[in-house]
Every structure is written in C-alpha cells, then in structure tokens.
Write a protein of this length. Structure first.
Length: 245
C-alpha cells in the first residue's frame, strides 16, 4: 500500500510539473518593468522571451516588446540602438497578431493596440499632408502587415502610387481596395485606425481622380463612402468642396 501511495504521489507530482511546463508564464517581471517605466530593460527581457523555445510562439512577450518600443519612440530617447523603435514595434506587434490565434492577447491589450495602430496611421496621414508620398507609402506598407481590415491601406497605397507616377499600380491597388470591401456592409466594428485610414485613403484617392480630370469618378467615390463618414467634419468639408461645389 505504501508503495502504491508513493507511486500515485509521484504520478501526481509529475502531472503538475508537466502541466506547469505547458502553461506560459504570467510575465510578472515584464509588468513590473512597465510599471517602473524601465522601457529599455523591458524590451530586452521581452525580446529574450521571444527567442526562447518555450515562449517564442506566445503572443504576449511580443506585445510587451511593442509596448516598450512605442514608449521609447515617444520619449525622445537618442540611443542609436533604438533609433527605429517605432518601426521595430510594428514588426513585433505583427508577430503578436500572428501567434494570437484566439485574439485573447489583443482583447486584453485593446487600448494599447488602439493607441499604437492610430499612431501608425497618423504617420501615414501626416506624410500625405506634407506631400511626402514616398515616405507615406513606406509607412502604409508596414501598416498593411498589421491592419485588421486592409481596404483603407489599399486606397492609400493607390493614392501614394499615383503621386509617385505609378498610375497602373494605383489602379491595381484601388481595385484591391474595392474587392476587400465587397462583402462589407458596416465598419462600426472596425479598429478606429482602420476606419481613419479608410476615410483618409478615400479622400486622397478622390483628389488623385480630381487632379487627373476624372471629376465624376471622384464624386462617385465620395458618394459611395458618405453614409459611413457623414458625421465626420473633415470628410463633410471635403465632400462639400467636391460634390456640392
């Protein structure tokens, strides 16, 4: 009986050990470093988790690495190791999304993902406003890797290609954008960043059509999206200047 009890105790201990090995860590060390605002150390530790066999396919450390890089990018840090912090953040969050198959990590960190994706789109829009279409195109390509809905990025891609003298490429991108929207009846459940890029991509594309004397096509494009953006002052103002002028 004693031997049998010992065997069962050993078996139970082994089962607990195997179960605990199968469970990903809680990453309390990363949470503490974030709370302490030690973002460089947070990135180093999170990156190490992404390189370990046990945790390299867990989305959570990639998310924490992105958080660290985002904070570094807006802190004015002049360390050359982090000169591309924001750009690198896009790579890490892309991996996070890849491994987050059930979207648990994304739901848990929804506020940060909203902040980060909006910051990506802001860079694209700012470069378009500054008429730096090559730079805007570069950020837009990166955003395409993490976009939840690609239509806005495809419209913006078309506008950037048009401005960079690739008219054929622009038309291809616009067709891809239309295809991505074929079965879409509402954008209410889209990320805020995807909605913002769609609106700006549509307006930028309409301006391309206007500048190539395709006024009716520009009006048709804006009319198509007016029901989704008619409450937005920026869209309404641009719409009125094109359609109602």
């Amino acid at each position: 009986k004693k031997n049998t009890m010992k065997f069962y105790t050993f078996l139970a201990s082994l089962l607990i050990a195997i179960t605990s090995m199968a469970q990903p860590p809680e990453y309390d060390d990363l949470k503490i470093l974030y709370a302490d605002e030690d973002f460089e150390k947070l990135f180093d530790k999170a990156q190490k988790y992404t390189e370990k066999d046990k945790t390299k396919k867990d989305p959570v450390p990639y998310l924490w690495a992105t958080k660290a890089l985002y904070k570094i990018s807006i802190s004015g840090n002049d360390d050359p190791d982090f000169k591309n912090a924001f750009k690198d953040g896009i790579k890490f969050i892309s991996k996070c999304f890849k491994y987050d198959e059930d979207k648990t990590c994304q739901m848990e960190h929804e506020d940060f993902i909203n902040t980060f994706t909006l910051a990506c789109v802001e860079r694209i829009v700012n470069d378009v406003d500054a008429e730096d279409y090559r730079k805007a195109y570069g950020w837009n390509i990166k955003y395409l890797k993490i976009a939840n809905n690609m239509a806005g990025a495809k419209y913006m891609e078309g506008a950037c290609k048009f401005r960079n003298s690739d008219k054929g490429g622009a038309n291809t991108s616009w067709k891809e954008a239309d295809k991505a929207l074929e079965s879409v009846t509402s954008i209410e459940d889209w990320w805020e960043a995807d909605r913002k890029l769609l609106m700006n991509g549509v307006m930028a594309s309409a301006q391309c059509l206007l500048d190539s004397r395709q006024t009716q096509k520009a009006k048709d494009l804006l009319n198509r999206f007016a029901p989704w953006f008619d409450q937005n002052d920026q869209f309404k103002s641009y719409y009125d200047s094109v359609v109602n002028s």
